[in-house]
Design a protein around this ligand. Structure first.
Ligand code: HEM
Length: 146
């Protein structure tokens, strides 16, 4: 039951995180108003909260759920997944700092500022593809390093 509950939570939060990334990308356009900039800043707080929840639930699954920590700690795809997740987390920092700065400014960001922030967001989005592939591989026992 614990395994099932954590798996359901893991998937739901992952979909929510994708949703937030998509909303940020959709709202971040040329001609954006200060109101929308501040809205993105508020939405971005949820990105951080959900990323933290994924980390907590993910490690709970790895340690307490069905297969146990020895299964994952000896799996190369597990570590590739964690490294990709860490990279995504680092890539999310520059846009977050920009959203905070823009929210305090008296004028909306320039097109160039918006373009730069979007490069980070799109790179995060692209990295979810290998992350999902690593997740599927590790769940099926590929990449065992015993
Ligand atoms: C946004 C980041 C993440 C995504 C998109 C993601 C995605 C997935 C997916 C799709 C599965 C199901 C794999 C399958 O059954 O085929 C899964 C399982 C799992 N994930 Fe994540 N995950 C993420 C972050 C994490 C983190 C940070 C951890 C931390 C340890 C973690 C630990 C696990 C574990 C333990 C499983 C169970 C695998 C199994 O059934 O053996 N995940 N993840």
């Amino acid at each position: 039951m614990l395994d099932l509950s954590l798996a359901i939570g893991h998937h739901l939060i992952i979909f929510a995180l994708f949703g937030i990334l998509a909303v940020e990308l959709a709202l971040l356009r040329d001609g954006i108003t200060l109101d929308t900039v501040r809205r993105i800043g508020r939405i971005d707080i949820w990105y951080g909260i959900l990323a933290g929840a994924i980390l907590a639930i993910g490690f709970s699954r790895a340690i307490f759920a069905a297969k146990g920590w020895p299964y994952y700690s000896h799996n190369g795809f597990f570590w590739a997944k964690i490294a990709t997740f860490a990279t995504i987390a680092l890539l999310s920092l520059p846009p977050t700092f920009r959203f905070i700065r823009w929210g305090r400014a008296s004028a909306p960001p320039s097109s160039e500022d918006i373009r730069r922030a979007k490069v980070f967001l799109y790179t995060e989005l692209v990295l979810f593809a290998p992350l999902l592939a690593f997740a599927a591989a590790m769940a099926r026992g590929y990449g065992e390093m015993r």
